[in-house]
Design a protein around this ligand. Structure first.
Ligand code: HOZ
Length: 436
């Protein structure tokens, strides 16, 4: 089946290639791992994306997480349109940013103070600098396949677009920076303990996605996060949960609430802007008070706490705060999707694994359990590419890489799941036939 018109997207991509490196403003959008040209989006509403050729798609990326309520939700639209009437930026304090900080502190279990920034990348870079300043140590531990934005320290064994493009260790990162980033396999406490023993009193921070979303969705094993917490406590290492994807998505208080482990610092990103460019980092008061101007660690930004972004984020977080039943619904509907995918895969072939928690889900084309980056990399990425394109042609927009999680929004209902399931049955069959 190849019923989609794609001419306008194709033309735009050709033009984009002339003016933008690789034709896109972020590598994962380029469809490099799945072939073909990226689809150019014109608008979206609820669970549907519409492209510049007039095609519609059921949306399973949701701007890589933030559209928890679905696209163009009326409460967020109203908050933004009210806010823009008062000008777009001041570079000065506002009441909104104070209310936003209070809301985040009330919702996220470990956060006592929070600093707003403009993206998840800024949040993770700032959190690491803060941990270094606070501890007086230089090294950090990150996990293979975890992605914490494109800051230099994190582009070592990185997931997401870095692995999708084949550059998990990016050129341009100095040897000096790289030597301070120590990596361990996800879900392996012994490996972390070894690194800590080999580097006594020199590790400032351990940063982890408490549920990984950037090597596909990978869940922490029972006791794993608790084990990391213990190691960090014993060795005075700042434990950082990167909740850019999981914060307010897996529960009102993020993965730390759901999994009941409190980090010292938390990084937040796109979700807290409801789709606007926002990030934040927060945590224990004594650590956060090390940030300038109350402390010596410098970090700043004209657009930080931007009034329009705060309005959008505040509207969405307030809604989630007052409607926590949404998390059960998201989990139920995503489990339904998982069950439908299991049936569809079983009917065609057996080499698959599905990881799901709340509204995050990944179908890996590998028959072994996927518990870390090495497991994820065993997936048949050619089969994934064929499946991706077959789904796209049937109007379902998946993340264009095996190494990304899908995110389900509250605008998806049983009817939408039925349509995705039908597309998956046909697409798996088509992809499998194409491969044999
Ligand atoms: N962390 C997101 C995907 N895993 C970022 C999306 C992007 O890199 O554009």
């Amino acid at each position: 089946m190849n019923g989609l018109k794609k001419d306008n997207s194709k033309k735009l991509f050709q033009k984009a290639l002339q003016f933008i490196p690789g034709g896109v403003n972020s590598p994962v959008r380029a469809f490099k791992a799945v072939g073909g040209n990226p689809i150019f989006i014109s608008h979206a509403k609820g669970p549907y994306l519409y492209d510049v050729d007039g095609n519609s798609y059921i949306e399973l990326i949701n701007s890589w997480g933030p559209m928890i309520l679905g696209h163009a939700h009326e409460i967020i639209e109203k908050a933004v349109s009210d806010a823009i009437k008062g000008s777009l930026s001041f570079g000065a304090p506002t009441k909104n940013e104070v209310e936003m900080a209070e809301l985040i502190v009330n919702m996220v279990p470990s956060v006592e103070k929070v600093r707003m920034v403009n993206s998840g990348t800024e949040a993770t870079m700032s959190a690491i600098r803060l941990a270094r300043g606070y501890t007086g140590r230089e090294k950090i531990i990150k996990f293979e396949g975890c992605y914490h934005g494109h800051g230099d320290s994190f582009l070592i064994a990185a997931g997401s677009g870095a692995i999708t493009m084949g550059n998990p260790d990016s050129p341009g990162v100095t040897k000096g920076t790289a030597k301070d980033t120590l990596t361990a396999p996800y879900n392996d406490l012994t490996a972390v303990q070894k690194i800590v023993d080999l580097n006594p009193d020199s590790i400032a921070a351990l940063i982890i996605e408490p549920v990984a979303g950037n090597m596909g969705c990978v869940l922490p094993k029972a006791g794993y996060l608790e084990g990391l917490r213990k190691i960090c406590d014993k060795h005075n290492i700042v434990l950082i949960f990167d909740e850019v994807m999981t914060g307010f998505r897996l529960a009102r208080g993020g993965a730390q609430e759901l999994l009941k482990v409190k980090p010292d610092l938390t990084t937040l990103g796109k979700i807290i802007g409801g789709g606007m460019p926002v990030g934040a980092y927060g945590g224990k008061k004594d650590i956060m008070d090390f940030v300038s101007p109350s402390g010596p660690v410098y970090q700043a930004g004209t657009l930080s706490g931007n009034p329009v972004a705060m309005a959008a984020g505040f509207a969405m977080l307030s809604y989630l705060n007052e409607n926590t039943a949404i998390y059960k619904d998201l989990d139920r509907i995503t489990q339904k999707l998982k069950n439908e995918l299991i049936k569809a895969c079983d009917a065609v072939h057996k080499n698959y694994t599905i990881n799901q928690i709340g509204s995050m889900i990944s179908l890996f084309f590998s028959e072994d359990p996927v518990e870390n980056f090495e497991d994820a990399k065993k997936s048949d990425t050619k089969l994934f590419a064929a499946y991706f394109n077959a789904m796209l042609n049937r109007g379902v927009y998946l993340a264009p890489s095996q190494f990304e999680s899908l995110f389900i929004s509250a605008s998806v209902n049983e009817g939408t799941i039925g349509k995705i399931a039908q597309a998956a049955r046909e697409s798996l069959l088509e992809a499998h036939e194409n491969m044999t």
